[in-house]
Design a protein. Structure first.
Length: 179
C-alpha cells in the first residue's frame, strides 16, 4: 500500500477551525431511504443514502429465513459498515500520523440465532448476540513501537460505527399505515 496521496492534517485544518468557531456545524445528519423496488418481491429491497442518491444498495433476506442469498442481507450491510468504518479510520489516522501502511485487513463477524427472527421462541432475542471486529495492520519499514500502538489506539477511538455499536444509542422506530 503506497504512502498516502492525501495530506489529512492539511485537509482537516480549516474543518477543525470551523468546528472550533461554530460547534453546531460539527453536528451532521445522515439519512438513508428506501429506493424504488418491486413491492411484489418480499425477499429484496433497495436503499439509497441521501448524500449520494445515485448510489443504491440492494439487500435481501438471508437464506436462513428463506432468502435467495443473491445479495447481502441487512446483517451483512451492518457488518460491512463496521468494517468500512474501521478501515477508513485506520487509513486516515495513519495518513495523519505520516505512517505508511503495507497491508490492512478488517474482518467483521457477527453471530445471531435466527430462531428469534423466525418467531420460533420468545426466549431467543432478535438480532446479533455478538460481533467481533479484527483489524490487522502491517506497517511499511521500521516503525517506532509507541507510535504504532498509538495508531491502533486512535483508530479504535475514532471509529464511529465501532463506538456506536459499543455504546449503543437511542433508536426510535415508528410504524404507520398510510391511507
Amino acid at each position: 500500500m503506497p504512502a498516502s496521496k492525501v495530506n489529512i492534517r492539511e485537509l482537516q485544518i480549516p474543518i477543525k477551525a470551523r468546528y472550533q468557531e461554530e460547534p453546531e456545524a460539527a453536528t451532521i445528519r445522515l439519512r438513508v431511504t428506501s429506493s424504488a423496488s418491486d413491492l411484489a418481491d418480499p425477499l429484496h429491497c433497495s436503499v439509497s443514502p441521501e448524500a449520494v442518491p445515485s448510489v443504491v444498495w440492494r439487500s435481501g433476506a438471508h437464506p436462513g429465513v428463506g432468502g435467495l442469498g443473491d445479495v447481502p442481507c441487512s446483517g451483512d450491510v451492518l457488518l460491512g459498515a463496521l468494517a468500512a468504518c474501521q478501515e477508513i479510520t485506520v487509513r486516515m489516522v495513519a495518513a495523519a500520523m505520516g505512517i505508511e501502511l503495507e497491508s490492512l485487513e478488517v474482518e467483521a463477524v457477527g453471530e445471531l440465532d435466527l430462531r428469534g427472527t423466525m418467531g420460533l421462541s420468545r426466549d431467543v432475542p432478535v438480532g446479533f448476540k455478538s460481533i467481533t471486529c479484527r483489524t490487522r495492520v502491517g506497517l511499511k519499514g521500521e516503525q517506532n513501537e509507541d507510535r504504532a500502538q498509538r495508531l491502533l489506539q486512535n483508530a479504535e477511538r475514532y471509529c464511529v460505527v465501532l463506538n456506536t455499536l459499543r455504546g449503543g444509542v437511542p433508536v426510535e422506530s415508528q410504524f404507520s399505515l398510510e391511507g
